[in-house]
Write a protein of this length. Structure first.
Length: 375
């Protein structure tokens, strides 16, 4: 017998958070998240996302044993920005049982519909500004930091329920041989110098001593550069501050850069060390030795994720992204990173895709966001 219940107390909340350990037991590619982080992100009193959103968590039981989980999400900022009536689902996990997954998905759909919405999109955890997408190709290696991972059978479970593709997201792999290719680097150097001279472009790295002002610049550039992208939702000032605080321990200041054109902010890029290399060894726990593992493990990370590369609309034809790639590769080499992932890239973002492919990067993982009409 299968039952679905709302998460309404701390015991159920912790069961919701820890359920993935049942699903991925023995899977060498799964990276356990920090329980502390997931708990904080799902706490309405701590995560400013909840100031403009409503999230209902659900658990599934089969024969008295936990069998799945899902979150149903109403994001008012998305609705206001896109002028639509779309809700979302996320944090989906299920045993390999179609009855369980169908009931979870149906529960999320009904909750979203009860909020006056007529479409459901997902998975997003809990929005497109966070971890999102279902892995549909590239199961032979672990995900990088802040990217998702799931069993293959989720694809069929979601599609057989009636969800269809909304958009594919690509992860590009840049191997060490490309980063160390003298011809590629020489070409990038020439392009970068030409772009800087022609467009009066200058770059500078993140100043950790002036982090509050730096975050405000990032906020302004981000909300301008991405506003026409599919799925974009503006990030609030409180959310930016929350994100900056969360990433402070992880960030490498050499890998966060700003570009200015004639002295005016034009764009920024953010790459992060693949902290999953550390998290994989922590099994979700900070105690008793988690902080020590973070401090010692951070120095050994040899891979990075190019997570954001954005330029304001008025400067997007100046090829500033080539300058960013050069600076990222040079600083990455200097700091001991031997490879990188560019993710995620929208399937129809051809300028970004072409630049990545000219560098020698290739698609090695594909993630999908689904949609379903509730009318």
């Amino acid at each position: 017998m299968i039952k679905i219940r709302k998460v309404e107390n701390e015991k159920d909340r912790m069961a919701f958070i820890k359920f993935p350990w049942d699903i991925y037991k023995g899977d060498p590619n799964w990276v356990p998240p920090l329980i502390f982080d997931v708990r904080k992100n799902l706490d309405p009193s701590k995560n400013p996302f909840f100031k403009h959103a409503e999230v209902q968590l659900f658990l599934a039981e089969k024969d008295g044993k936990l069998a799945g989980r899902i979150a149903a999400i109403k994001n008012d900022n998305h609705t206001d920005f896109h002028k639509d009536k779309a809700g979302f689902f996320g944090f989906f996990e299920s045993i390999d049982d179609e009855e369980v997954s169908d009931l979870l998905l149906d529960t999320a759909c009904e909750w979203v519909k009860s909020k006056g919405l007529n479409e459901i999109i997902g998975p997003v955890n809990p929005s497109t500004n966070d971890e999102c997408g279902l892995l549909i190709d590239g199961f032979n290696s672990p995900p990088v930091f802040l990217m998702t991972y799931n069993p293959k059978h989720y694809i069929n479970k979601i599609e057989s329920f009636g969800f269809e593709k909304a958009k594919d997201l690509y992860a590009y792999y840049i191997p060490a041989e490309v980063i160390n290719d003298a011809k590629v680097m020489a070409k990038l150097e020439r392009m970068s110098e030409l772009i800087k001279k022609r467009s009066d472009v200058t770059t500078h790295k993140l100043n950790m001593k002036d982090l509050n002002n730096e975050v405000r610049k990032i906020e302004e550039i981000y909300n301008s550069a991405w506003e026409s992208n599919w799925g974009f939702v503006p990030i609030t000032t409180a959310e930016f501050d929350y994100l900056a605080e969360s990433l402070k321990m992880v960030v490498d200041p050499d890998l966060v850069m700003f570009a200015e054109v004639a002295g005016k902010p034009a764009g920024f890029t953010l790459s992060l060390p693949d902290f999953n290399q550390v998290l994989k060894k922590m099994n979700g726990r900070l105690l008793p030795f988690g902080f020590l593992k973070i401090l010692t493990g951070k120095k050994k990370i040899d891979f990075l994720r190019v997570i954001i590369m954005g330029v304001k609309p008025e400067y997007q034809k100046k090829a500033i992204d080539s300058v960013f790639y050069l600076e990222t590769i040079k600083n990455g080499n200097k700091n001991g990173y031997t490879g990188a992932e560019i993710s995620w890239v929208l399937e129809d973002n051809m300028p970004m895709r072409m630049t990545a492919e000219k560098l020698g990067a290739h698609i090695y993982k594909t993630y999908r966001i689904y949609k379903k009409s509730l009318i």
